[in-house]
Design a protein around this ligand. Structure first.
Ligand code: SF4
Length: 479
């Protein structure tokens, strides 16, 4: 009942914030820094925010803290550049009152993504608004410097060796590769220091590794259950582990479970998620879902769209729609897996397939999932458009005749009579028609009159023919 009431309160708070922001910052274009590149996308992004448009593009720096495996503490897991401090050299309190947090917050309120926030900027540019991490902090409570959220990614202990993962996030991969990852620095003193801040948390997130296999997480959950049992606990699991101990935690705390599933085909799933058993994970998924239903929390399915499973993404979304699971898409950057590595034709095929798929659309969750899916499609469209633009530059699509090129050269040398015959000789048997790309024409424009004149005066016809062809291709006479 308490969870249901809290959900209603959050909904009401979001709506009133949206109303307030929509009036206060109307029109949002007036609040965007004049130096900002593509204003249009940022305006669109602002209108997609559940709490309405506002000049601050992200509230993570002051509302959240992210702890990584090496002891680095930052605003979020995507910004690994602007480090607030390192544990144990600095204690949690010193980090919380560190001016670097305020600095980053100020910059993000000026729409400056330059201090390590390029990930969010890129997604806004690609119009994948639902994938923008910054959005997750809009609705977090503002408590001044005291964080209302903490994200723990403390350890890489994991029983799987997923194809697209690496040793930093999986102890199994590290072992297979013979790489020793240093132990994390979080100790008993860290747990003691957390006690002061846990009562203020609204959300605590746990990443890995596999969270259910990481011992220190159970100790933090114990602290949360003792000091702030109402705090929401989000965790991202691979779904392979479930036992009585886990069940007892899930029944005591407010757990929101995200399960990573990249395929609903046993063979492909087990190929991607090496060491996992598909049937066991599906069994666990329904157990998690049953407990979440009883506790009025929810679960989500977290998917890595990749070259290896692109055809199954629609099926997964439909599965989530029919089962009332939220779907969330990660962006995969691993070479050979990332959709960014697909060629133009492949991307076009994916884009068309996604656009024409007919989904199950009944219910609020299905509608929300389709919004997320459409954002993924926009992101793919953006990658395709970029590749198409790049390849268009290289495509030989401009037909020039021999006389057009000759005419171009005449003009370059200002119709210098002495050299016209030489040009005639050069083009005498150079071919009747040429195909040039945008790049070739750009190179031709760069040809300087003095360089051409000097070449015409000093080189034999055969060398000149070679030099001109080379210039068109590379923008320079020399090799
Ligand atoms: S803008 Fe994005 S990358 Fe930067 S702190 Fe916010 S969520 Fe993190």
């Amino acid at each position: 009942m308490k969870n249901k009431l809290d959900n209603i309160k959050t909904f009401a708070r979001t709506k009133s914030k949206k109303f307030y922001n929509s009036i206060k910052y109307y029109p949002i274009s007036r609040h965007i820094h004049t130096n900002f590149g593509n204003k249009e996308n940022l305006i669109k992004y602002n209108h997609s925010r559940t709490t309405g448009p506002e000049p601050c593009v992200c509230h993570a720096p002051l509302r959240s803290l992210y702890f990584d495996m090496k002891g680095n503490i930052t605003a979020c897991c995507f910004n690994r550049v602007h480090i607030f401090g390192k544990y144990p050299q600095k204690n949690i309190k010193e980090i919380i009152y560190n001016e670097k947090r305020e600095f980053l917050q100020k910059e993000l309120c000026r729409q400056n993504f330059m201090y390590g926030c390029q990930h969010c900027h890129k997604l806004i540019e690609a119009q994948n608004f639902e994938g923008v991490e910054a959005k997750l902090y809009d609705n977090l409570k503002d408590q001044g410097n005291i964080p209302s959220e903490m994200v723990f990614e403390l350890d890489n202990t994991c029983n799987l060796a997923c194809e697209m993962c690496h040793e930093g996030f999986s102890s199994t991969i590290a072992k297979l590769k013979g790489i020793e990852i240093p132990a994390h620095p979080y100790d008993a003193d860290f747990l003691a220091q957390l006690k002061e801040f846990i009562p203020h948390l609204k959300i605590a997130k746990f990443l890995g590794g596999e969270p259910f296999l990481i011992n220190i997480y159970y100790q933090i959950w114990d602290l949360i259950l003792e000091l702030n049992p109402n705090c929401k606990i989000h965790l991202q699991t691979n779904g392979t582990v479930f036992n009585e101990k886990i069940e007892s935690y899930l029944r005591k705390g407010r757990f929101y479970i995200g399960i990573s599933i990249d395929s609903l085909e046993k063979e492909n799933y087990e190929k991607i998620r090496r060491n996992a058993n598909f049937d066991k994970v599906m069994e666990n998924l329904y157990r998690f879902a049953e407990i979440a239903k009883q506790r009025n929390t929810f679960i989500n399915i977290s998917v890595c769209p990749m070259i290896q499973n692109w055809e199954e993404i629609t099926e997964i979304v439909d599965f989530c729609n029919k089962n009332s699971f939220f779907v969330y898409f990660n962006t995969v950057y691993t070479p050979g897996f990332s959709l960014r590595d697909a060629d133009e034709d492949f991307l076009l095929k994916i884009k068309d397939y996604y656009k024409n798929f007919k989904f199950y659309t009944k219910g609020i969750i299905a509608k929300r999932n389709l919004k997320f899916f459409n954002n993924l499609t926009s992101q793919i469209e953006d990658i395709y458009n970029q590749k198409e633009k790049d390849s268009r530059y290289e495509k030989k699509r401009h037909k020039w005749t021999n006389s057009m090129l000759k005419e171009f050269m005449f003009k370059k040398i200002n119709n210098d009579k002495e050299l016209l015959d030489k040009i005639d000789d050069v083009f005498f048997n150079l071919g009747e028609e040429y195909s040039f790309s945008d790049k070739d024409l750009e190179n031709l424009e760069k040809l300087k009159a003095e360089d051409l004149i000097s070449a015409l005066k000093n080189e034999a016809v055969i060398e000149l023919q070679e030099k001109i062809q080379r210039f068109i291709k590379f923008g320079k006479f020399s090799k």
